[in-house]
Design a protein around this ligand. Structure first.
Ligand SMILES: *Cc1c(COP(=O)(O)O)cnc(C)c1O
Length: 376
């Protein structure tokens, strides 16, 4: 059996490496390292795949969120509501722009932002909501869009963990995660479902004016060369990364299907185990399992993690500490016990190895050891 990793980019490279080598070499020979032809081609191909009018590539997923907040023209003191159970990047850009960060609990089942909690947090100063499609499954976008319409708010979808997930509307139609709100953002960090070999990110929008302005501010606020209409930043996707992403995009549907198949096997193996809860699958989204995250009951998570380590099975805690208890965010003034769902999740969640190249033998070995631990 191969050594088990949370994410196995080496196994993937063994399969698609020759395609990757060819396109990297061709960029090296062209020397078009910045804004080379692959960047535009990748944007067009991703547009097509996502079914969205505009894809604007940028340097990473954090920048994508930053650019999204910049283009909305939010002012210091404007309130932005997001979930307490996410990666730090989601809240960091809100704080950096001097906006007022309002965090709310997620739903304990789906791990995604609680609509009830959002509803209670809306004030006359609220300007935007940032749902995060956590672990590869969409937040309840239809309810959020309804709230946004009613209160005249923007929705920025953080789809960094959900590239390729489908949102399923009540009427049965679907849209890709990130293309439903006013702006969607994603990351091509190597371990993401669509990852490059370094940093990369992108924004999605169906709004022509946002798209135009985003392109400008991601490139120093420049529309015509050396004329600056907006205060911008330097945030671009390298040509080499774009070329790699063009190769990987062709495999994305198959990669995501392979992740789902791994999740199905885990679900089946754990069906009779009452000491853990397998990931909930909501009716309004398919799940592309960026992470397969179980909840471990009775305070046994850390001990299980250690036991698995002793069997050479890696596992990770996403996320170990609630954002409101992080030193950098103490000044928000939240009290320790204000977010019972986040606090409970941080103590119970455990993400198991999950990637498209997992072997049946590895999955069986992981499941067997988890079941063995609880039988003890
Ligand atoms: C990875 C991630 C980001 C940031 O992406 P980078 O490309 O690493 O900057 C933002 N939000 C979420 C939810 C993520 O998982």
């Amino acid at each position: 059996m191969r050594e088990i990793h949370m994410v196995d980019l080496k196994a993937q490279y063994e399969k698609i490496g020759s395609e990757i080598d060819t396109v990297i070499k061709s960029v090296l020979e062209s020397t078009a390292f910045i804004k080379g032809p692959d960047v535009k081609l990748f944007e067009e191909e991703l547009q097509e795949y996502m079914g969205v009018k505009h894809v604007i590539s940028c340097a990473n997923g954090t920048d994508a969120l930053h650019l999204a907040m910049m283009v909305l023209g939010l002012k210091p003191g404007d309130e932005v509501i997001t979930t307490n159970f996410t990666f730090i990047a989601t809240v960091e850009v809100v704080a950096l722009l001097g906006l007022k960060l309002v965090i709310v609990d997620p739903d304990s089942g789906s791990f995604n932002i609680s609509i009830e909690a959002v509803r209670k947090a809306i004030t006359p100063k609220t300007k935007a909501i940032v749902p995060v499609h956590l672990f590869g499954q969409c937040a309840d976008m239809e309810s959020l869009m309804e709230l946004a319409k009613k209160h005249n708010l923007y929705i920025i979808e953080d789809a960094a963990q959900a590239t390729g997930a489908d949102y399923i509307f009540h009427n049965g139609t679907t849209k890709k995660a990130g293309t439903i709100g006013h702006i969607g953002t994603t990351s091509f960090f190597p371990s993401k479902n669509l990852g490059c070999y370094g940093d990369g990110g992108a924004l999605y929008t169906n709004d022509d004016a946002f798209a135009k302005k985003l392109r400008s501010i991601a490139n120093h606020g420049m529309k015509v060369r050396y004329h600056y209409d907006d205060i911008g930043v330097n945030s671009r996707l390298d040509t080499i990364q774009a070329a790699i992403l063009r190769v990987k995009l062709k495999h994305l549907s198959q990669f995501n299907a392979a992740r789902r198949a791994v999740a199905d096997l885990y679900d089946k193996a754990f069906a009779g185990c009452h000491s853990i809860t397998v990931p909930e699958r909501v009716r309004y989204s398919n799940h592309i399992f960026h992470q397969y995250t179980i909840r471990v009951k009775n305070g046994r998570r850390d001990e299980l993690k250690k036991f698995l380590e002793s069997k050479n099975i890696p596992s990770m805690v996403y996320y170990p500490g609630p954002l409101h208890m992080q030193e950098a965010y103490r000044n928000l003034g939240y009290k320790e016990n204000e977010f019972p769902v986040t606090t409970a999740l941080c103590k119970e969640v455990l993400s198991l190895p999950m990637h498209p190249d997992m072997e049946q033998e590895q999955i069986d070995y992981i499941a067997l050891n988890i079941l063995k631990y609880f039988d003890k």
